[in-house]
Design a protein around this ligand. Structure first.
Ligand code: OOG
Ligand code: MG
Length: 264
């Protein structure tokens, strides 16, 4: 993945810039305007520093999310390769809970499938079957994303540095064992205020949502990391995201996996 270009101080300074934008609910200029040559490796170093700032404030890392694992998302955001970000306990909305959009910049919501990793760490080089064996559960989910960048527009290194627009997420309460359901081609419907707005299939997620999980293990392994036991993993949206207004009731229905709801 090449070597570091930015100094530790530059990494910290970009991370503080993005962290402040998140806390103040304020959009900012993307980093590649100032550093057009920002590398993916340095972008993940900035992401690490953004997450460290959250941990320093008492947040706990509880998992990872993949981004841009479907053609629909790649096309919507005009970027073309899978990425990952970190999920903390502060981002988790309790089932049936609500998400205030007042503090957010320009939130969107998208349908997801979540994996619950079992009691062993997962490393790289695992097949779809092997990662599934390492899961204790799978469920329907939704992710609220909110880019800290102006007009929700960015290049690949920008969005990685911004922890992949991670903001909030909610898990369905029905948890199935991976062996109990064929995950490859499940219909997914996202509805806002009773109106279906996005239709997709779990097959849109790299051909199989567990392929996204295997890809996450590979990307972490590239950086010398494992996927910790007990992690929650969002596989990446199967459809484009839709704007999330105030006063809305949003439901994601996933065939065989059940439904998950959130109000704003
Ligand atoms: C980047 C995050 C993408 C997904 O599921 O593809 C993502 C973005 O679109 O802002 O979460
Ligand atoms: Mg997502």
């Amino acid at each position: 993945m090449g070597s570091d270009v930015l100094s530790e101080e530059q990494v910290r300074s970009f991370a503080n810039f993005l962290d402040a934008a998140e806390r103040e609910g304020r959009e900012v200029e993307k980093l590649t305007t100032e550093v057009p040559t920002l590398t993916l490796r340095d972008a993940y170093r900035i992401q690490d520093a953004v997450v460290s700032a959250r941990i320093a404030r008492g947040e706990r890392v509880i998992g990872y999310k993949l981004g841009l694992t479907s053609k629909a998302k790649m096309k919507q955001m005009n970027v073309d390769s899978p990425i990952y970000g970190v999920l903390t306990d502060r981002m988790l909305i309790q089932p049936g809970g609500s998400c205030s959009v007042a503090d957010l910049i320009h939130p969107k919501i998208e349908p997801e499938i979540a994996f619950l990793i079992g009691d062993r760490e997962l490393r790289g080089g695992l097949s779809v079957e092997e990662v599934l064996q390492g899961c204790r559960g799978v469920c329907a989910a939704m992710e609220v994303i909110d880019s800290r960048y102006k007009d929700f527009r960015f290049e690949l290194p920008d969005v990685i540095a911004d922890n992949c627009s991670s903001t909030r997420f909610v898990l369905g309460s029905e948890i199935l064992k991976p062996g109990e359901v064929h995950l490859q081609n499940l219909g997914m419907i996202l509805s806002v205020n009773g109106q279906p707005v996005q239709f997709g299939s779990s097959a849109a997620i790299l051909g199989h949502p567990a392929a996204a999980l295997a890809e996450l293990c590979r990307m972490l392994d590239d950086r010398g990391l494992g996927l910790p036991a007990g992690s929650i993993v969002l596989a990446g949206a199967a459809t484009a995201a839709v704007p999330l207004p105030a006063g809305a009731e949003v439901v994601c229905q996933v065939e065989s996996l059940g439904r998950v709801a959130v109000s704003t």
